[in-house]
Write a protein that binds this ligand. Structure first.
Ligand code: NAP
Length: 484
């Protein structure tokens, strides 16, 4: 099945931090793939901007190397790459200074969409917003794209919202959470609201519990300095896991439109109960024979920052009262695997007797690797010997369902950048959502800090600390295996 590509209006996209890691690994290769898919208009411009002194030719060479290294899907066609690079330019500019801004302004056109991607550290967001206005680069229809982290707590997120609001209207601010750009996450909404099959069962009466897991095999890598001040709760739960929780739990919006969707997500966050202290487990990975542990990675032998968190949350509303949501994320775990699992309740009465065992329907939404969904259905084990039951997955893997073109499903970043150009904010976080999420996580973080909570150690390559397993065992439930 060939996916349908709808070209976007012409645009000038300025990537502040165009020489940085995120731009090279994700944004620029993603734009190239959209170009190759025929979605980028012939006269669209991509302008890299950073302090480094380089000319267009040097930047294009950097972009070429980034696309070859991170573009995926084999070696890019040299003709395609050259044609894309013709649309790429560079301007040296300092977010905190005056130099380069007028030159950047000269490069922008008046009659097309203007978007400014802030792919720089968050301390520069305010400076960039202010200079875009002062130097006349921002028009009434310009958009800014703001990377995570959006604040470090409620107070800093509020301050940042206020600062951006001085220069840009909320309709111009695109706070990115790349989890929302994943095809499966959007498909979750299609499955929930495009079928009659699931929604009648999507509530406390039929759902036993929901598990959300985002497991990584990597450690903190080169981000140790940032991570040790952040930890899994701020880095993953407050944003990515919270967004997934919202999409799973929200009421059907009246339309698939930005504010209709975001209003419903906000209601979920506001309905979250405070987490009981004994319903949360923090962990920190230790060393193994191959590598040093977390504390050595962040060069802080006394660090109390968590690289793992598991918690049980409750949503106080009619739909979900009494249904636990178990969330877990961590680094250095057994496999790189992210999934949401909706575990339905047992059939009210088993006509097959106790020996048939316990069987449950599970809808598993896999985010990575191999985006797709499976629905476990109970059937009779084939063959003679009586009624033995078996759970088999109905597999809805995208790669299979979409045929050879399945591999061309846009990556989250490329999808989201195109949404910015289209002016569609549905998959971006609104300022009040971000604040509400911080308002939920702040008291937890504050209480750990106040009592000097020390995370539980766990082995690299494991499923996290033993206490995280107990969190579910105590409730007579178990986590699904973390497997790639
Ligand atoms: P990075 O590799 O350190 O790149 C930072 C970029 O900002 C460089 O291009 C740098 O170039 C530019 N820069 C720094 N100071 C500047 C200034 N005063 N004026 C103009 N440009 C300046 O960082 P990154 O990893 O790409 O991350 C960028 C943002 O994305 C951060 O907010 C990060 O939290 C977020 N993020 C990154 C990832 C990721 O995978 N990397 C994932 C999620 C979110 P010059 O030094 O030449 O100025």
């Amino acid at each position: 099945m060939v996916s349908r590509v709808i070209p976007v209006d012409s645009f000038d996209l300025v990537i502040f931090g165009g020489t940085g890691d995120l731009a090279r690994r994700k944004i620029l290769p993603g734009l190239f793939r959209r170009f190759r898919a025929g979605q980028m208009p012939a006269d669209a411009q991509v302008i890299g901007a950073a302090r480094s002194d380089m000319d267009d030719a040097a930047f294009r060479e950097m972009v070429r190397e980034a696309i070859v290294e991170f573009g995926g899907n084999g070696t890019p066609d040299p003709g395609d790459l050259d044609a894309f690079l013709e649309r790429v330019a560079y301007q040296s500019v300092d977010a905190k200074g005056e130099a380069g801004w007028s030159e950047l302004e000269d490069k922008l056109r008046d009659d097309c969409v203007r978007a400014f991607y802030f792919s720089v550290g968050p301390s520069l967001f305010g400076d960039l917003a202010e200079r875009l206005r002062t130097f006349g680069l921002a028009t009434e229809t310009s958009r800014i794209v703001v990377e995570k982290p959006f604040g470090n707590d409620l107070e800093s997120a509020r301050a940042l919202n206020r600062e951006l609001a001085q220069y840009f209207d909320e309709t111009q601010i695109y706070r990115i959470d790349h989890y929302l750009g994943k095809e499966t996450v959007q498909n979750l909404m299609a499955v929930r609201f495009g079928n009659v099959l699931f929604e009648p069962l999507w509530n406390a009466q039929f759902v036993d519990h929901i598990q959300i897991t985002v497991a990584e095999t990597v450690g903190v890598g080169g981000r140790g300095g940032y991570y040790d001040h952040s930890g899994a709760m701020r880095d993953m739960v407050q944003n990515h896991l919270m967004q997934l929780l919202c999409l799973i739990a929200m009421e059907p919006p009246a339309q698939f439109e930005p504010d209709a969707v975001r209003d419903e997500k906000l209601k979920v966050i506001r309905a979250l109960d405070p987490v009981e202290p004994h319903h949360i487990v923090r962990g920190q990975y230790g060393a193994d024979e191959k590598q040093p542990g977390y504390r050595a990675h962040v060069e802080n032998e006394r660090s109390r920052t968590e690289s793992f968190v598991a918690l049980k949350a409750h949503i106080s509303n009619w739909r979900w009262a009494g249904t636990p949501f178990y969330l877990r994320t961590g680094k250095m775990l057994r496999a790189r695997a992210s999934e949401i699992a909706v575990v339905f309740k047992d059939a009210p009465h088993s006509i097959f007797g106790a020996e048939a065992g316990r069987h449950r329907n599970v809808l598993a939404i896999r985010l990575q690797p191999n985006e797709g969904m499976t629905l476990d259905v109970t059937i009779k084990e084939p063959g003679p010997g009586g009624m033995r039951l078996l759970d088999v997955p109905l597999d809805m893997s995208f790669a299979d369902a979409l045929g050879p073109d399945g591999g061309e499903v846009p990556d989250a970043y490329e999808r989201l950048v195109m949404d910015v150009i289209r002016g569609n904010q549905t998959l971006f976080m609104r300022g009040d959502e971000v604040e509400a999420a911080w308002a939920w996580t702040d008291p937890l973080i504050d209480s750990w800090e106040a009592r000097g909570d020390v995370p539980k150690p766990y082995d690299p390559g494991s499923s996290g600390p033993e206490d995280a397993l107990m969190l579910m065992h105590r409730d007579g439930r178990r986590w699904r295996d973390i497997k790639a």
